[in-house]
Write a protein that binds this ligand. Structure first.
Ligand code: ATP
Length: 496
C-alpha cells in the first residue's frame, strides 16, 4: 500500500461566513485540505488537535481574538505559518503581530488571489525550512543519513530498506543496542513518500506507564489533574508521517492493547476525549529484546507483534561483521577530526588491528565513542594504540597476546563462533612468558598479578646474574622489598 503525497492542511478562522466560504472554495481548488471555523475557541481546538501548515486567523473574532490566539499557540505550533486578517484601522496590531513572528497579514477587504499567493509562499517557506533541517542533519551526520557498512549482512539491510521504505508497511527493527536501529528508522522515513511529513520518535522504555500513555495518545483539557489544556499525543503528531516506537518491547500490556486499536482503526481517542481523531501514520518499531520470546512468555501481545513485524530488519552485532570496522573507524575519524579542526588524522595499522580484534559489546556506538576519545587524545597526526582506553588494550592483550602478538585478520565477514571470540586467528605466540589464560578456568586478579610478578622477578634475576641490587634497581623497588618477594615466591636459589 503506497501513501498519498502530502496534502497541506489550512485552517481558516473568520466569523464572516462569506469569507469562510470564499477561502474554502479557492484553497480546496488548489488541492489543500481546508478546515473552516467561526471563532477563536474552535480555531484553538483545531490547532491543538491537528497539524496545521497555514492558519489564517481573523483578528476580530468572538471567543478568543486572532492576535491573542496566535501569540498563545505559536510556541506550540512551530510548523504552522500564521496569516492574520485585519480590518481597516487595526493595521498597527497587525504590525505587532509581524514582530511577534506571524508569517504575514492581509487587510479587509482583500483580493482572494492575494491570500492564495500568501498561502503558497508560506507552504514553500515551510518546505524549504524542512529541507534545510534535513541538510543540517546530513552535515552533522546525524541518524537518518549515514549507515555505513560494506559487509554482506549490511548490504542485505540496505536492500531491504530500499525495497520497503516507499511502502506503508510496518517495519520491526531488531538488534543489540548501538547497532544503528534509529538510523534505519530515519532512513525508512527519509526514503518514504511521507518524507515531507513528520518523523516522531517515542522511547517506550523512558517513561512510567501513565506518562507514556498521555505522551502517546494525548489528552483533553481536564482529563486529569494538571491537564490545563488539551495536548495531542505523539501518534497524532505523526499524522501523515512516521512514528518510530523505540524499545517497543518495553511497552506495558495495557498500552499494547490501545496501540493495536489505533493501528487497526486508524484513529485515536485522547485521554478524557469524547471524539475519535483520524490518523494516517506509518509505524516503525525497534527493540533489542527478542520479541518472539516475549510473545511466548506472555509479555507481548501476539496480534500486535504481527502488526508491527510485517517486515523485519535485523541488524547484526558489530562483532559478526568485523569487516565493517575499518570503514566505520575511518568514517568516525574523519567526522570527529573535522569537528575539532584536527585536519588529517590517520589510524596507525596497529590501532586498526586492535579495533578489529575487539568484541564490541556496545556495537557501533562504542566504536564511535572510542574513536571520538582517541581523536581528542591524539596529539600528532596519527592515532596510536595508547589513545585507546586501557580496558580495551587489556581485553585484546589478554585475548591475543597483544596487537603485535596476534595475526591481523583478513577483512571481511567472519561470523564469530561465540560473542567476543574470533575463529580465524592463528595461535598467537606470546612475546614473553607472561600468562595468557587462554584455556582452563581463569585465575583471580590477585593470582594473575602474583604469577606475573614472580615471572618478572625471575627474569630480572636471570638477566643480572642474580645480582639483587641491580635487579631491585631495574624493577624500581627497594632491595628489602625484593628480598621479601623472593622469599615469598621461593626464588632465593635464583640469586648469586
Ligand atoms: N552502520 C552505522 N554507520 C554509521 N553510524 C552508525 C552505524 N550504526 C550505528 N551508528 C552510530 O552509532 C550510534 C548508535 O546508533 P543508534 O542510536 O541508531 O543505535 P540503536 O540500535 O538505536 O541503539 P539503542 O538500542 O541503544 O537505542 C549513533 O551515533 C549512530 O550514528
Amino acid at each position: 500500500m503506497m501513501s498519498l503525497p502530502y496534502q497541506p492542511h489550512i485552517l481558516v478562522a473568520d466569523d464572516e461566513a462569506s469569507i469562510r466560504r470564499l477561502l474554502q472554495t479557492v484553497l480546496e481548488a488548489r488541492g489543500y485540505r481546508v478546515t473552516v471555523v467561526e471563532d477563536g475557541l474552535q480555531a484553538a481546538a483545531c490547532l491543538e488537535r491537528e497539524r496545521v501548515d497555514v492558519a489564517i486567523l481573523d483578528i476580530r473574532m468572538p471567543g478568543e481574538n486572532g492576535l491573542d490566539l496566535f501569540r498563545r499557540m505559536k510556541p506550540d505550533c512551530p510548523e504552522t505559518a500564521f496569516i492574520l486578517i485585519t480590518a481597516y484601522g487595526t493595521v498597527r496590531t497587525a504590525i505587532e503581530a509581524m514582530k511577534a513572528g506571524a508569517f504575514d497579514y492581509v487587510t479587509k477587504p482583500f483580493l482572494v488571489d492575494e491570500v492564495e499567493v500568501m498561502v503558497e509562499r508560506a507552504l514553500e517557506v515551510g518546505r524549504l525550512t524542512r529541507e534545510l533541517d534535513r541538510l543540517k542533519r546530513k552535515v552533522n551526520g546525524q541518524p537518518g543519513e549515514q549507515l555505513i557498512g560494506q559487509s554482506q549482512a549490511m548490504q542485505k539491510v540496505f536492500k531491504v530498506i530500499g525495497r520497503v521504505a516507499p511502502t506503508d508497511a510496518a517495519v520491526l527493527i531488531q538488534g543489540e543496542s548501538g547497532t544503528g536501529k534509529e538510523i534505519v528508522a530515519g532512513l525508512l522515513h527519509h526514503y518514504s513518500l511521507r518524507r515531507e511529513g513528520p518523523l516522531i520518535k517515542v522511547n517506550c522504555a523512558a517513561l512510567p506507564e501513565g506518562l507514556l500513555e498521555s505522551e502517546l495518545f494525548g489528552y483533553e483539557k481536564g482529563a486529569f489533574t494538571g491537564a490545563a489544556r488539551s495536548k495531542p499525543g505523539k501518534l497524532e503528531m505523526a499524522h501523515t508521517g512516521t512514528v518510530f516506537l523505540d524499545e517497543v518491547g518495553d511497552l506495558p500490556l495495557s498500552l499494547q492493547a490501545k496501540l493495536l486499536r489505533v493501528l487497526q482503526e486508524k484513529e485515536i481517542d485522547r485521554l478524557g476525549g469524547v471524539r475519535t481523531i483520524p490518523v494516517d501514520i506509518r509505524v516503525v518499531a525497534a527493540t533489542n529484546r527478542n520479541l518472539a520470546e516475549a510473545v511466548h512468555s506472555g509479555q507481548f501481545r501476539e496480534d500486535l507483534f504481527y502488526r508491527l513485524n510485517v517486515v523485519n530488519i535485523t541488524l547484526p552485532p558489530l562483532r559478526d561483521r568485523a569487516g565493517d570496522i575499518p570503514l566505520l573507524a575511518e568514517f568516525f575519524v574523519q567526522k570527529y577530526a573535522a569537528r575539532v579542526n584536527k585536519g588529517t588524522l590517520l589510524l596507525a595499522p596497529e590501532t586498526l588491528a586492535l579495533l578489529e580484534s575487539y568484541h564490541w559489546p556496545g556495537n557501533v556506538r562504542e566504536l564511535e565513542n572510542t574513536i571520538e576519545r582517541a581523536v581528542i587524545l591524539a596529539s600528532g597526526p596519527v592515532i596510536r594504540p595508547e589513545h585507546l582506553p586501557d580496558e580495551f588494550l587489556e581485553y585484546t592483550e589478554g585475548r591475543e597476546g597483544g596487537p603485535s602478538g596476534g595475526r591481523i585478520r583478513e577483512r571481511g565477514d567472519t561470523p564469530a563462533g561465540r560473542p567476543g571470540h574470533r575463529t580465524d586467528e592463528t595461535a598467537a605466540q606470546p612475546a614473553c612468558e607472561f600468562p595468557y589464560f587462554r584455556e582452563g578456568p581463569l585465575p583471580t586478579l590477585r593470582q594473575a598479578i602474583q604469577q606475573v610478578e614472580r615471572q618478572l622477578i625471575a627474569e630480572a634475576l636471570r638477566r643480572t646474574g642474580g645480582n639483587k641490587s641491580r635487579t631491585a634497581r631495574i624493577l624500581d623497588i627497594s632491595r628489602r622489598a625484593l628480598q621479601y618477594k623472593m622469599e615469598a615466591y621461593g626464588l632465593e636459589k635464583c640469586s648469586g
